[in-house]
Design a protein around this ligand. Structure first.
Ligand code: ASP
Ligand code: CP
Length: 312
């Protein structure tokens, strides 16, 4: 098992090097095998408490953090914000202080405000994991995407990755840009100027392309993104039908990418808006595998953070 560098929280991929990233992927590889053989090490987090604190909707991330914690033997609490005292006006920081007083060990936070997990990390004793903060980052998504790619293509360098759709509002895109450029791959950001403004080239090492055919041509990976309507002012796209016509991934467009290019999507998908149903379900799609890798990555993250206490 790889040695992981000591890091008390996982708040974002930005600033992480190849050396910081690879050990998570190696550790998660073990957890894929152990999960498949139903022999996860339940002693790893025995006696620890993981709290899932989600202020935004989630299916995959929250469930997989719960499964990950349970497979490692932790007690896992899912706080349902909709029925919590947040509705009585309690602030984010007071909510966190309350959980802290109950001696939670690992706090997994999703919040609509960029930077909310980082703020909590300064206030609580628990290890904080960012499960998605506003338009900022979704680090475990980028790690699970990288694990999926590595298992299929055996490398993370020298690849051409087209990240397509509503890049501007996407924390998934940001975390993937940081991770894949750190690993030495080429990123194309593809979408209409309203969703992929040219200034995004300032993120460094990325190319902005407004024509979808050109964007996917020759790509090793086509990563589609949902339109983040919850973060969008109206009028950024004419209509969903028009959007699909110009920017949706259908069979014809997929044929422009490399033969056997991987089709990815973080989920949830809007079929017929950014991706055709038959493409989402095709042999080139690794979307369900991304979900499986999500559990393994989250096991690796929880395990690493808990272990870091014992690393000098
Ligand atoms: N589930 C991902 C996120 O929370 C992507 C999405 O919602 O479109 O960022
Ligand atoms: N990919 C992702 O984060 O999915 P959820 O929003 O369902 O957690």
């Amino acid at each position: 098992m790889a040695e992981l560098s000591s890091r008390l929280h996982l708040l974002g991929i930005e600033g992480m090097s190849r050396k910081d990233i690879l050990p998570y992927l190696d550790l998660a590889e073990n957890y894929v095998l152990l999960s498949r053989s139903r022999s996860s090490p339940r002693e790893a987090l025995r006696g620890r408490t993981v709290v899932n604190l989600f202020f935004e909707d989630s299916t995959r991330t929250r469930t997989s953090f719960e499964l990950a914690g349970k497979r490692l033997g932790a007690d896992v609490i899912n706080m349902t914000v909709a029925t919590s005292s947040v509705n009585k006006g309690e602030t984010l920081l007071d909510t966190a202080a309350t959980l802290n007083a109950m001696r939670c060990d690992l706090l997994v936070v999703r919040h609509g405000q960029s930077g909310a997990p980082a703020l909590l990390a300064q206030k609580v004793d628990a290890h904080v994991v960012n499960a998605g903060d506003g338009m900022h980052e979704h680090p475990t998504q980028a790690l699970l995407d990288a694990l999926t790619i590595k298992r299929h293509l055996n490398r993370l360098n020298g690849l051409t990755v087209a990240i397509c759709g509503d890049v501007g509002h996407s924390r998934v895109a940001r975390s993937n840009i940081h991770l894949l450029t750190a690993m030495g791959s080429q990123i194309r950001l593809v979408g209409p100027p309203t969703l992929v403004p040219s200034v995004m080239e300032e993120l460094g090492n990325v190319m902005v392309i407004h024509d979808m055919d050109e964007g996917v041509r020759g790509a090793d990976i086509v990563m589609m993104l949902r339109m983040q309507k919850e973060r969008m002012e109206s009028g950024l796209v004419p209509s969903m039908r028009e959007y699909f016509r110009f920017y949706g991934l259908d069979r014809r467009r997929l044929r422009l990418a490399k033969e056997n290019a991987l089709v990815m999507h973080p989920g949830p998908m809007n079929r017929g808006v950014e991706i055709a149903s038959d493409v989402a379900d095709s042999a080139q799609s690794v979307i369900q595998e991304q979900v499986e890798m999500g559990v393994a990555i989250r096991m690796a993250v929880l395990d690493h953070l808990a272990r870091s206490e014992h690393t000098p």
